[in-house]
Write a protein that binds this ligand. Structure first.
Ligand code: SAM
Length: 321
């Protein structure tokens, strides 16, 4: 099992398979994707990578991007991860614009969990925040994933001045929706420092207000990530909070990240990506294992976001959020 010098164990890999995204979320790619066409990891390279991580104790893979469903071979990528010995859970983070038609083949390929990014249930607000007038397509994607029996989580970034409306609308929606809505505090990234300053809002008062309304914090599993989850007897769905600015956030870090170009990031906000591409291209599983195991000694105790340090992360589409 991969373990760092602070005793944290890493059984969870976030694998970006493309940088490209066709949404224009205001806090991520407000001007749309600006990159050049690049040689993203091939299926063979993904296979080598996932085998190496599985042999080092990784049991969960999250496929992310950019927008992972923009890759034509997305179903094969999921199948390849799901069929790897030692991998018990494959999840995906997506904007879900294409999920209505993909949910069935993805479920058949072994996708167990989908995290859908959805910042507003109000059509005009959704279009304003995401740059795409596609709320209905996204909601159809949510339905299709539920029908396929996937564990569905919705990620909503809390934003000033809309946070109260976000909380109100999503909470009402959860009365009958069997999903978990996780409210994420906006994180500062290299390209969006001004947006962060004007729109970041703390989740603390919202968490306190929900507790006062009878929402109860669920016990955290031993290997749980940093989300705090709440349930209420009158609601089918659950609520979660991801608060990267809380002081103990990094204590439960259990994940490593690989970019679509084959770089290992020890943290979402690391100063550099560590290049694995040569070993991936040559299919050298042992070299990947050696590289990852020795790199882990450099993992820092914190992301240092509280100090405004954002590393090389210009926006989260580079790495997958
Ligand atoms: N395209 C996919 C999607 O829309 O879910 C995957 C990539 S997207 C970068 C992953 C997640 O990161 C989304 O839920 C998005 O809301 C979140 N995200 C992006 N920038 C963020 C920021 N600055 N702070 C907090 N969350 C952010």
């Amino acid at each position: 099992m991969l373990q760092d010098s602070f005793g944290r164990r890493f059984y969870y890999l976030r694998l970006s398979i493309t940088d490209v995204c066709n949404f224009r979320c205001q806090y991520c790619l407000p001007d749309g994707y600006q990159g050049q066409a690049q040689q993203f990891l091939s299926l063979n390279e993904i296979d080598t990578l996932v085998n190496a991580f599985a042999q080092m104790g990784t049991s969960k893979i999250r496929v992310t991007g950019g927008e992972p469903t923009l890759r034509r071979d997305i179903v094969d990528v999921v199948a390849s991860c799901a069929q790897t010995e030692g991998i018990s859970k494959v999840a995906m983070t997506t904007h879900a614009g294409k999920l209505a038609s993909l949910a069935e083949p993805l479920a058949q390929a072994g996708l167990k969990q989908v995290n859908i990014s959805l910042d507003s249930l109000e059509p005009a607000q959704f279009a304003l925040l995401s740059g795409q007038d596609k709320l209905n397509a996204v909601l159809d994607g949510v339905e299709s994933a539920i029908v396929e029996g996937m564990n569905v989580k919705v990620n909503a970034v809390l934003l000033r001045p809309w946070a109260e409306a976000q909380l109100r609308d999503f909470t009402a929606w959860l009365k009958d929706m069997p999903v978990t809505v996780r409210f994420i505090e906006l994180m500062e990234t290299g390209q969006h420092k001004a947006f962060f300053k004007s729109h970041h809002v703390s989740a603390e008062p919202h968490l306190a207000a929900l507790k006062a309304q009878g929402w109860q914090v669920l016990p955290r599993g031993k290997d749980a990530g940093p989300a705090i989850e709440l349930a209420h007897p009158d609601y089918v769905g659950r609520i979660g909070f991801i608060m990267p600015y809380s002081s103990d956030f990094c204590d439960s870090c259990n994940r490593l990240r690989i970019t679509a170009l084959g770089k290992l990031h020890l943290c979402l906000f690391s100063e550099q990506g560590l290049d694995l591409r040569e070993s991936l291209e040559s299919g050298n599983v042992q070299a990947v294992k050696d590289f990852v195991a020795s790199s882990l000694a450099d993992k820092k105790v914190s992301h240092y976001l509280q100090e405004g340090i954002t590393g090389i992360t210009k926006n989260l589409s580079m790495l997958g959020g």
